[in-house]
Design a protein around this ligand. Sequence first.
Ligand code: ATP
Length: 289
Amino acid sequence: RAYTELQTGLGALARVQEVLSLDPEDDDRPARPGTTTAPRLPAAGDPTPLLELRGVDFDYPDGTRVLHDVSFSVPAGTRTALVGPSGAGKSTLLALVEGFYPLSGGSIRWAGTDVRDLPRSVLRARMGYVEQEAPVLAGTIRENLLLAAPDTPEAALRQVLEDVGLTPVVDRSELGLDVLVGDDGVLLSGGERQRLAIARSLLARPALLLLDEPTASLDARNETLLRQTLETAARDRALLVVAHRLSTVRDSDQIVVLEGGRVVAVGTHDELVETDPLYRELATAQLLV
Ligand code: ATP
């Protein structure tokens, strides 16, 4: 048994060393020497949008143009959905907002300031990003949550789990929040992993939550829980959600329809069903019309 434990320990050590040897992300200086102070964030109803894309073009390093002249804004405290066929450029757009790649043209503004004038840390401090395959650490639920905000009191952890519909998961085990996520503990479904990642993101109190909805099919219960989670999350912040299921975003304040890297329509669900053939087609295919 000691030998097995030693092997496990060595495996863990190798993984830690792998992480420690990674190069840190390039430095935090803004792309242009501009103002480096955090801009004052607009409140709901303010005329300055929280996020604004103006004529954004983007080519991947291999030269493929993926986004053409994309413009839209996300006012503080509102919900925007990005929809469109596979390959339309939705995930790429979220990556650009997160600052993973430089734009090929146009600009992105955060609270009125061009993001090239801001250190990434300023931007990311108020922006949460939950990717499609949301990473969940092989620790406990508590460890997964505390990663985002180490000093969070127990009551706040329980509240955020309630907000994302994960209370039944921690109640399943007598270990509660200290139940292991993974092979030895609670096996989380894809939907539960995504909601745990959302909970972790919410604890950092972002002003904007970027969410790439999983493409994998969710069962009806997990889909309802994701929809409810988004409603709760939207109470205190703006949301920009890439949606593959229109049912999760039909209540959004605005839906941006992308096709071939261009914005082809912007409106509410009801408006787009009336006016945009592509959106109507997507909605019809998903039995929403
Ligand atoms: P899906 O709904 O399938 O997730 P999407 O709308 O999110 O699709 P993206 O993943 O943003 O679309 O991809 C847009 C286009 O960019 C696709 O044609 C894709 O092949 C291309 N693409 C994505 N990542 C890269 C990359 N790293 N290098 C080159 N091209 C890429």
